[in-house]
Write a protein that binds this ligand. Sequence first.
Ligand code: CU
Length: 526
Amino acid sequence: MQVALDNVPAVVQLPHQGGILRWIRTTNHKDIGTLYLFFSMSMLLVGGLMALTIRAELFQPGLQIVRPEFFNQLTTMHGLVMVFASIMPAFVGFANWQLPLMLGAPDMAFPRLNNLSFWLLPFAAVLLVASFFVPGGATAAGWTLYAPLSVQMGPGMDMAIFAIHILGISSIIGALNIIVTILNMRAPGMTLFKMPMFAWTWLVTAFLLLTVMPVLAGTVTMLLFDRHFGSHFFDAAGGGDPVLFQHLFWFFGHPEVYILILPAFGIVSAIIPTFSRKPLFGLRSMVPATCMIGILGGSVWAHHMFTVGMPVGAQLFFMYTTLLIAVPTGVKVFNWLATMWQGSLTFETPMLFAIGFLFVFTIGGLTGVMLAMVPVDVQLHQTYYIVAHFHYTMVAGTLFALFGGTYYWLPKWTGHMYDEKLGQWHFWLTLIFFNLTFVPMFFLGLAGMPRRIPDYALQFTNLNSLASIGAFGFGLTQLLFAYNVIKCIRSGERATAQVWEGAKGLEWTVPSPAPHHTFSTPPVVE
Ligand code: CU
């Protein structure tokens, strides 16, 4: 272990080195990236345990394990924890680790703000999860916190609101830091179009964050005022409108989906070229496609609300804009396929996850096209079909890319190799159990099973049992991942200069100076 680290400058340290103070005070982007990633992994465990409790309850009809209110609290918290405390921090962790390396920058633009934006997170997460223990329990209004229900809930709701504020501040600071880093800190000669795709996707993501996080903050503040200060923003009796809450929430909520997915696109755009031994196909169309997704993503929000009784003209507008998003997304998918076309492909774990991502994410995308159509959506609204659809985009779009990216960059981050065989097992079991969990939900939704209920009619039993078995398999499989990462850090083989055979230099398709702190051989400068 020590021998392996001798060649690496002191800035690359692993979590078990150095006292706790070092981690609290650190302004090093790699340290902060590591903190983000470990925080995200631990919250993935918390959110995952909630999901497993939900699936355990749904294994059979009837009420066995949890009370109905607690079931609702679990669905709410599973969503909030996964979105805000697990997936978003994971991508910020990747940004912290990779952006300065990819751009040839010495660090992030504002290292101290960077420290702050991480250390806000644990407090917010504790506040969020601690709301289970206040009178009335955690909020049971769903992660969307729809008014008027959320106006009437107990103090757990206030804790969720404050947690969201803190998480929002953290995200906004992080987004500013990323934008300034990308725009101001690139190595000489690196124009925007020479940046790796990952930097591009994060640039668009950061602008999306800046646009919508304040809207969410405003929305939950209005909610807070309705709860405690007698305003009636969302109360029809006082001249307000509960539908307004939905508009405001989804103006944030839909772009949030792209905030979670665009960095995943960036990771996949880094992995596929490496294992195809070809440069990324069509960077010039990838960048506009990413920007189009960002812009269009801001004009589709009411597709979550087709059943509130909006005018037909508005329904058509949101239907068409939603369908349009399939175009830039399709451009990306075809570019990835074209990158693989006639490449000399190998299938190490990162590539498996990237290809797995393409399969499952496309299922998520295509079912999204179905749901975009108003008559279909009205039928499927509030059913398990929605749950299946967005887990295909969220779990496939984010988790698969995050796993792939982690395996891909672990050798660079730690100087050690992960266990390839274990990685392959992790991929195949994840793929199988993921589909076993969520395919049944499509059929449950089509058969009319509503979401967010702890009990269900007898005819849904078999499919629910299958989904629960899949979920437990999926959860257990992730222990392989945790074990593999820890094993890699502690006792993995020393990574060679050329980790992925024949792919040397492809990752650095830009003439920036090689970061001195990655592999010992300088990359090919083109
Ligand atoms: Cu949406």
